[in-house]
Write a protein that binds this ligand. Structure first.
Ligand code: NDP
Length: 290
């Protein structure tokens, strides 16, 4: 039996439409949410991401402020801009598009963003909050995966008590993903490049999440029959075509449900960024934790 295909485009559209409606209500109260987006340099991939984020703001009804800075911008100049945006009453969220040019220390920039405006969820204060189960901004890709799981398969996926294996332990995907799945009461294993017997470890999973960055690495030999397979990877195959970490065509024959690439996890990342902007705006005005 072929797996149910989890439609990330559809679910991200639902999230954005819900936000659009809530944003309209805020506007009626005279509140406008503003996201400041900073791009340093000319990286074509980053330019596409920034353009898509601005488009999403426009769709939902947020104001977006755009700062496109030259490659040679110094770290101090960038930090000055971040501090200025931290202090501005009319700015709710600040996003600095990564990667930054090599002469700028990404950590220093992330740490400079006010945790209350850190809509990417990368600031150590927000990461720490997630770790100890407090409220805070959560990294958008893992937060989007939780929404995918909760909103697909007619809401029938029950995460609680399930064996979840996450392959990848990066700060932006694997680690926060493991904490979110733990919060949802899954039994979580985090695998990585040093994991022994990876196939056997993955085969234990009721929910398998691949965040590796290796095209088609997860073949059907890694997947238990009926498992839910979430593919975070964004890679190019030998023909230059976009593909995930999962060998989709063969895995879909044995999985219970699976996300495609493109059209799975990817669209959720921007939707959750928009959700974090909304939370930032509401939280700042109510002066209470989200
Ligand atoms: P990183 O390169 O930071 O992390 C990759 C992880 O995979 C590491 O923990 C690494 O282990 C592990 N890994 C690498 N090779 C193997 C292997 N052979 N066996 C087991 N584990 C392995 O990547 P990211 O987490 O940033 O991204 C992962 C993928 O997801 C990329 O393709 C990226 O483009 C994509 N991505 C997609 C997003 C979306 O919106 N859909 C958002 C963010 C990322 P170790 O730690 O031991 O080195």
């Amino acid at each position: 039996m072929s797996a149910e295909i989890i439609d990330g485009k559809l679910i991200s559209q639902q999230v954005k439409d819900e936000l659009k409606e809530k944003t309209l209500k805020l506007k009626e109260e005279g509140i406008e949410i503003t996201l400041a987006v900073i791009l340093v340099g000319e990286d074509p991939g980053s330019k596409v991401y920034v353009r898509n984020k601005k488009k999403a703001c426009e769709y939902i009804g947020y104001r977006s402020l755009s700062y496109e800075l030259p490659e040679e911008t110094t770290q101090e100049e960038l930090l000055d801009l971040v501090r200025e945006l931290n202090d501005r009453e009319d700015v709710d969220g600040i996003l600095v598009q990564m990667p930054l040019p090599a002469h700028i220390d990404e950590k220093a920039v992330i740490n400079a963003i006010s945790p209350f405006k850190d809509v990417d969820g990368f600031h150590p204060e927000n990461v720490g909050a997630l770790c100890i189960g407090e409220k805070g901004f959560v990294s958008c890709t893992p937060a989007g995966i939780i929404q995918l799981l909760k909103r697909s398969c007619d809401g029938k996926i029950d995460i609680s008590g399930k064996e979840c294996v996450i392959v990848g332990r990066s700060n932006i995907v694997g680690k926060p993903m493991s904490l979110l799945m733990l919060r949802e009461n899954a039994t979580v294993t985090v695998a990585h490049s040093k994991t022994k017997n990876l196939k056997e470890v993955c085969k234990r999973a009721d929910i398998l999440i691949a965040a590796i960055g290796k095209a088609g690495m997860i073949t059907k030999d890694y997947v238990k029959e009926g498992a839910i397979v979430i593919d975070v990877g964004i890679n190019r195959n030998a023909d230059g075509k976009l593909c995930g970490d999962v060998a989709f065509d063969e895995v879909k024959e044995i999985a219970g449900a699976i996300t495609p690439v493109p059209g799975g996890v990817g669209p959720m990342t921007i939707a959750m960024l928009m959700n974090n902007c909304y939370e930032a705006g509401v939280m700042r005005r109510n002066k209470q934790a989200i």
